[in-house]
Design a protein around this ligand. Structure first.
Ligand code: SF4
Ligand code: SF4
Length: 62
């Protein structure tokens, strides 16, 4: 099962750290919130979740 980041938009500050960290450009800021706009590019390794300063990304099996 592949894991994908689930972002809690209520907690996301829009800092963009996860977007910068993603090696596959799967994340973007949309209306100042992180969003997995390219799930097809995501490798599920979870660097985004590890670097989020407010820990609002959970890696969920899909
Ligand atoms: S799990 Fe990896 S590839 Fe997927 S969005 Fe996060 S950093 Fe990018
Ligand atoms: S690192 Fe966390 S707080 Fe910053 S944009 Fe990404 S999800 Fe939002």
């Amino acid at each position: 099962m592949a894991k994908r980041p689930k972002i809690d938009a209520d907690l996301c500050t829009g800092c963009g750290v996860c977007v910068d960290e993603c090696p596959n450009k799967a994340l973007e800021l949309v209306d100042d919130k992180a969003k997995l706009t390219h799930p097809d590019l995501c490798d599920g390794k979870g660097e985004c979740a590890e670097v989020c300063p407010v820990e609002c990304i959970a890696m969920i099996e899909e």
